[in-house]
Write a protein that binds this ligand. Structure first.
Ligand code: 3H9
Length: 699
């Protein structure tokens, strides 16, 4: 009978001869919540006061060693003992302590291991300090103890990138002492016995010195100044790592103070909203339940979109049949897919063998008849309803019973497409974002008659493709493009009313977007918007202020952005520069419309642009196109380059507050009452004092 004492629900001590094994058991990921911290302190104190054990082995039950601090505790009043204090207790133990790592040993989990007197990782273990991805810095010794073991460059690398490192690299760098194979408990027992026998050396990390690498510190600072000026925690990480050459306790204090400063930032709140939001979007009944088996996928269309979708499916391990109408289109599609896969190999995302295997699973075909045996078809052809209807009518007769028929349409009515088949229950929208093998968003569009298992299969597919699947209902543009169509007019109105395209871009880049809307337009191709404006000209609301005057003039010159070398910017060799001719177009339109230009500050620009985005996002939640505010937020983080540290448009809206937003909209409405209207939901939230976070909780 094993001699096991339960310290609390999450920590137990097992005694085996001279060895004490401390097991952490707090599913799902053994995060260091208050129970784990208290239990570890009590276990170490108890074993030291008893004095009978000669070595302590700490390991964890379940799929992983500790994956970090308990993120759900952040933003709430801190509970003692803190993690740094807990780890100091472990490090101070008179009885040597070893940790056995498996799974993903991250953040506070790695810091726990660093406070032990030796570390062994099981094969396949990955370690990392991902706090930076949550707007934090390692707050329990990571910036102080890791440099002592593995040096400053490695610490800066993993603490600033948040990347996970394999056991082999961790061993080479000195972050762990050994790699072993087997069961965590057995390895912990054997290692502790070795410690007693003297064949596994132990030492306290605090007794080692960290070597100053000024070049690494200075180089990193310069890089951050250029690339991550608006983020708080990366800069503090460098400051903390620089402190690691001094007294450990002073370094730990600096680190703790910096950690607490980060805890209180909106960036931390935004990034943690993003962490949980990414998981919440598929934590809905529609994503669960039975799914249909998918092994072979047909992709119709070898253009950029179809090729990207095919690439994504191949990378995930599916067999893919690529369909085009003519040989040259098919050849182009095959070449694009091959190039995409090459890119994945050169970026280290895929091995050359995996690429060859993927290409072997790809079958090019001319004509839809070849789709009889596929489990899922994804149509990615020209956005014209007549073309789509023709294809889906044919698929209805060709595809096997039970095959899922998906359209990658970005705004067309999925119900209309479904209704031209005899099996609308099999039809769904799967809206990928370009480049489809890179962008992580997948809007999963539920038609009125889509079967539940088809919908759940859409979510299962998203997971397999490593994408973030978000449920959307049918409407023009679904969640993302519908909101985009509304707020992008603000950028044009700002230019008509006094700002330059560069003013708008600079202000929004300052807010955190990687590119302002005019640069994005140039990249996507200005002709796309031009075609849409022409297509919608007859149906445009006569009361709507036209937003396309300047863009139309640019397109009339044959300037479609990057692909023609000229758009809002000029793309000769070197960095793009503003296209000077545009100012003339803007002046002409202002003169024609009698507009007297006004001055806009960066803050004015951001406020108007973001308020317009929030208005349409609110309507999308109000009418049920998106299930919850968090779904809108994830669409924007994963599909539209919205700055992750701001959490998404509706998380950001909560930082402003519904009342303030209503006042802003009412003020803007004095200029353009047709465009600026307060959504009923926002007015109600202002009256009730509620937030989008409250709506997330209710849903
Ligand atoms: C830190 O450590 C700070 C310290 O330096 C200093 C402190 C003073 N806490 O992702 P999954 C939940 S900061 C609470 O679906 P996977 C997650 O929400 C932390 N909950 O599984 C999900 O719940 P549900 C540094 C957590 O296998 C469930 O566990 N650490 C935590 O795809 C399963 O997660 C990190 O940033 C947590 N720390 O991936 C690591 N982690 O089932 C964050 C997970 O209800 N975590 N949950 O939806 C991860 O990267 C991944 O979850 C992991 C597993 C790789 C561990």
């Amino acid at each position: 009978m094993a001699d096991i004492t339960q310290v609390n629900d999450q920590i137990s001590i097992e005694r085996e001869g001279d060895v004490a094994l401390v097991c952490i058991n707090f599913p799902p990921v053994n995060a260091t919540g208050i129970g784990v911290r208290q239990g570890l302190c009590d276990a170490i104190a108890q074993l030291n006061s008893e004095g009978s054990a000669k070595a302590i082995g700490i390991y964890a039950a379940g799929r992983t060693f500790v994956a970090g601090a308990d993120i759900t505790e952040f933003g709430k009043p801190p509970l003692s003992p803190s993690l740094p204090d807990t780890l100091n207790v472990i490090e101070a133990s008179d009885i040597p302590v070893i940790c056995v790592l498996h799974g993903t040993t991250l953040g506070g989990g790695l810091e726990l291991a660093l406070s032990a007197h030796a570390r062994i990782a099981l094969e396949g273990t990955r370690i990392g300090l991902p706090e930076v991805l949550l707007g934090l810095l390692p707050g329990a010794g990571g910036t102080q103890r890791l440099p002592r073991l593995a040096g400053m460059p490695f610490t800066l690398d993993i603490a600033l990138s948040g990347r996970q490192v394999g056991a082999k690299e961790a061993l080479e760098k000195g972050a762990i002492d050994r790699i072993a194979s087997g069961d965590p408990r057995e390895v912990a027992l054997a290692a502790a016995q070795e410690v007693i026998a003297g064949t596994l050396p132990t030492r306290r990390t605090r007794d080692l010195d960290a070597e100053l690498d000024q070049a690494a510190i200075d180089g990193t600072r310069a890089m951050l100044k250029k690339k991550q000026a608006h983020l708080v925690s990366p800069h503090l990480i460098v400051d903390a790592v620089e402190q690691s050459t001094g007294d450990l306790d002073a370094g730990l204090k600096f680190e703790r103070d910096s950690f607490m400063a980060c805890i209180n930032t909106p960036q931390r709140a935004g990034l943690i909203h993003a962490f949980f939001g990414e998981r919440a979007v598929s934590n809905i009944p529609e994503a669960k339940g039975p799914t249909r088996e998918i092994a072979k996928i047909g992709v119709i269309g070898g253009g950029t979109m179809g090729s990207g979708i095919a690439t994504s499916c191949l990378i995930a391990g599916y067999a893919v049949r690529l369909i085009e109408v003519a040989q040259d289109g098919l050849d182009r599609g095959m070449a694009t897919i091959t190039k995409n896969l090459e890119g994945a190999v050169s970026r280290g995302k895929m091995s050359a063998e995996a690429r060859d295997a993927a290409l072997a699973r790809l079958q090019p075909s001319l004509g839809l008849d070849e789709l009889a045996d596929v489990d899922l078809v994804i149509e990615a052809v020209f956005e014209k309803m007549e073309v789509k209807k023709d294809i889906f009518g044919k698929l209805d007769t060709i595809c096997k019973k039970g095959a899922i028929l998906a359209s990658n349409t970005s705004y067309l009515d999925v119900n209309e497409i479904a209704d031209c088949t005899s099996r609308p229950g099999d039809v769904i929208g799967l809206h990928f974002f370009s480049p489809a093998h890179v962008m992580r968003l997948l809007e999963i569009v539920q038609g009125a008659k889509t079967d539940a298992d088809v919908l759940a299969s859409g979510f299962a597919l998203a997971k397999k493709l490593k994408k973030v699947g978000v449920l959307a209902q049918v409407c023009d543009g679904f969640i993302g493009n519908r909101i985009l169509a509304h707020y992008s007019k603000t950028a044009s109105y700002l230019v008509l009313d006094g700002a330059s395209p560069q003013d708008v871009d600079n202000a929004l880049e300052g807010f955190g977007f990687a590119m302002g809307p005019h640069k994005v337009g140039d990249l996507a191709g200005l002709d796309i918007g031009w075609m849409t404006r022409k297509r919608k000209a007859d149906t445009r609301d006569p009361n709507e202020r036209y937003a396309g005057d300047v863009a139309d003039k640019i397109c009339e010159e044959g300037w479609f952005g990057r692909k023609t070398g000229r758009g809002y910017y000029v793309y000769d060799a070197g960095a793009p520069v503003p296209n000077e001719a545009i100012a003339g177009f803007i002046d002409a339109v202002r003169a024609e419309k009698g507009i007297t230009p006004k001055a806009f500050t960066n803050e004015d620009i951001v406020d108007r642009y973001m308020t317009a985005m929030i208005v349409e996002a609110t309507r999308v939640v109000e009418d049920g196109t998106a299930k919850r505010p968090v779904d809108v937020d994830m669409v924007f983080l994963f599909g539209y380059g919205f700055p992750r540290f701001r959490g998404g448009p509706l998380h950001y809206a909560d930082t402003i507050g519904a009342s303030e937003l209503v006042s802003r909209i009412e003020a803007y409405a004095k200029e353009d009452p047709n465009y600026w209207q307060v959504p009923d939901l926002l007015r109600k939230m202002a009256a009730d004092g509620t937030s989008f976070a409250d709506l997330n909780k209710e849903a």
